[in-house]
Design a protein around this ligand. Sequence first.
Ligand SMILES: CC(C)(COP(=O)(O)OP(=O)(O)OC[C@H]1O[C@@H](n2cnc3c(N)ncnc32)[C@H](O)[C@@H]1OP(=O)(O)O)[C@@H](O)C(=O)NCCC(=O)NCCS
Length: 188
Amino acid sequence: MARLPAVLSKPPVVLRRTTAVDVDEMLLVIEESVEHLRPWMAWAAEDPTAESVRAHIARCDDDWDRGVDFAYAITVDSRIVGRCGTRFLAGTRGVEMGYWLHPDAVGRGIATAATEAMLVAVFALPDVDWVEIVHDTANPRSGAIPRRLGFREVARVSPPQEPITPGEDGVDVRWRLTRTDFLASGLG
Ligand SMILES: CC(C)(COP(=O)(O)OP(=O)(O)OC[C@H]1O[C@@H](n2cnc3c(N)ncnc32)[C@H](O)[C@@H]1OP(=O)(O)O)[C@@H](O)C(=O)NCCC(=O)NCCS
């Protein structure tokens, strides 16, 4: 079963596994972020509540324990400023990464640093050959992160089953970083 460390770091960013203790802080961060996330993230359609955040963290804990999905709080100076995660794709030697930031945290390289910290951790595992990041073509800020980290664009597809959020045009851009490209990149 896959295992990632509970804490990762790429200064000034520290990623850490969340627990029930984080419900109040996560609720505040999501409340302040939800409008900025709504165009891109289906779960942000609903306003958060303490109960929905508690249930989310409990689900993340369960996924973490089962080794399928590793969701981190993105922190700077010990304060939560966003969330990111690495999901192992069943039946493959690959993972998919995702991220979002509080609106006050954008434009400082925080999501790029968080993604780099996760890349270093997953490529330390012998059974991961590639990492993918997927975003809508209408969301170039998201695409700038894999571009900055040396990913290559590998596909543009319109999956019919995917819910379209208000900002999306329904065309996914799929970026991939292979282990070979990662080792040549000097990241980490
Ligand atoms: C996607 C999202 C996380 C990107 O945030 P971001 O702030 O653009 O990304 P980063 O934190 O990596 O910061 C990059 C910016 O910081 C700047 N920067 C400053 N220092 C930097 C550094 N050391 N390294 C990299 N970039 C740095 C970059 O130039 C860039 O600025 P620019 O956009 O003006 O060119 C954010 O827009 C967001 O939360 N969007 C809503 C949710 C979402 O769309 N999630 C993805 C769904 S697929």
